[in-house]
Design a protein around this ligand. Structure first.
Ligand SMILES: Cc1ncc(COP(=O)(O)O)c(C=O)c1O
Length: 385
């Protein structure tokens, strides 16, 4: 399908090509000096003591759950309006994800009140996900977690560069997990990062990332070690130098790209309000600075979402849906019939995500808004440039 305006696009230029080429020339491809530099730059940027690069955010979430001590018999409270990885990470450890509802139509993040209601004597952790890059209510969630002695893991896959109260998202909880998947604000194709200020977590995460081995191939290459012990049940969740090189360049572009995303978001808000005021745009007066990863809108309750999406497609505009709620998936069946999350379910029925990416132009935003107007009122004849 050739989209006139795709859902997302990446900002890659000759600098990414050069960085990858430099790695290829060096002939050292697996985790080494380039990865270390990427981790240092990322930790400095978000203001965390440690940053540990991994294969993807799913691996980051899994390792964070292991480091938090989750295991069989434990429960972790998670949102259902997130990508399935947030809940899968809990399940990999043998623990059970318990779903909490979101705040409301304006704030699609997990609700602190709903978390509190879901706490049982088995609860060990809370996983929050900063929807679209907009901050969860971290001060209240951290206070609740402290009161009940719970770990907090932030799924910050959408939130690289987001802030709340002057503090970067991902650094509020015990561990923060970022994704560099190809549609994210900074990308390495596949890739992820865990940040933490906790010394013990950092040590364990580094071990778990590479089979629980006490030395890496890189250490042996540098002559710092010639053997190793295996001290934990770990995984191969290592990143490689090519991705680390891409990530380093992408991180340099992040501040200006996020700024552009925020400007486009404001333009979308104004144009939607003026053209189709019946469409609700969440996070209108949200606190903090968002990475503006997504542009979610809620269609009027009377609209047919499937026809809307088809109509947008016919106009060459790609849309998406964030997210089919996890508790409705077949693989989460045991809880499927029993769990009721009325706000999540109502919002998910109406949510559509519009295109937003750093190379999107202001004129494209206006084209998308005209397309939305046409898709809502197909009988009105509008000319889309
Ligand atoms: C909210 C959320 N969590 C986790 C992930 C998993 O990230 P990755 O694809 O890097 O494993 C994604 C990726 O799309 C995501 O959007």
């Amino acid at each position: 399908m050739q989209w006139k305006i795709p859902l997302s696009d990446i900002d890659f230029g000759p600098e990414e090509g050069q960085a990858v080429n430099d790695v290829l020339q060096s002939k050292w491809l697996t985790m080494g000096a380039v990865t270390q530099k990427f981790e240092q730059a990322f930790a400095a940027y978000v203001g965390a003591k440690y940053a540990i690069a991994v294969t993807n955010a799913t691996a980051a979430l899994h390792l964070a759950c292991v480091a938090a001590g989750l295991g069989p018999g434990d429960e972790a409270i998670v949102p259902a309006l997130t990508f399935v990885a947030t809940a899968n990470a809990v399940r990999y450890t043998g623990a059970t994800p318990v779903f909490a509802d979101i705040v409301g139509e304006q704030d699609l993040n997990i609700s602190c009140h709903s978390i509190e209601k879901a706490i049982t004597r088995r609860t060990r952790a809370i996983l929050v996900m900063h929807y679209g890059g907009y901050a969860c209510d971290m001060p209240s969630i951290m206070e609740l977690a402290q009161k009940h002695n719970l770990k907090v893991i932030e799924d910050a896959a959408h939130a690289v560069g987001s802030e709340l109260d002057g503090r970067k998202l991902g650094t509020w909880g015990d561990a923060g997990c970022f994704s560099f998947f190809s549609n994210k604000n900074m990308t390495t194709g596949e890739g992820g990062m865990i940040v933490t200020n906790n010394d013990e977590y950092s040590q364990r995460l580094c071990l778990l990332r590479s089979h629980g081995m006490t030395t890496l191939t890189w250490d042996r290459h540098k002559g710092h070690a010639w053997s190793y012990d295996v001290v934990d049940l770990g995984y191969n969740y290592r990143i490689d130098e090519i991705r680390a090189a891409l990530g380093t360049v992408q991180l340099r572009k992040l501040v200006s790209n996020n700024e552009h995303r925020r400007c486009l978001t404001l333009l979308y808000r104004d144009a939607l309000q003026e053209t189709v005021p019946q469409v609700s745009v969440p996070f209108a007066h949200h606190p903090g600075i968002s990475a503006a990863h997504l542009m979610p809108v809620l269609l009027p309750t009377s609209s047919n979402k499937a026809s809307f999406v088809e109509n947008m497609k016919a106009q060459g505009v790609q849309t998406s849906f964030h997210y089919p709620p996890i508790h409705t998936f077949t693989a989460f069946k045991p809880g499927r019939d029993g769990v009721s999350l009325p706000i999540t379910e109502a919002v998910a029925e109406r949510e559509v995500t519009l295109p937003l990416y750093p190379t999107l132009r202001e004129a494209d935003v206006l084209t998308v808004v005209q397309a939305v107007a046409h898709a809502l009122h197909p009988s009105q004849c509008l000319t889309i440039q």
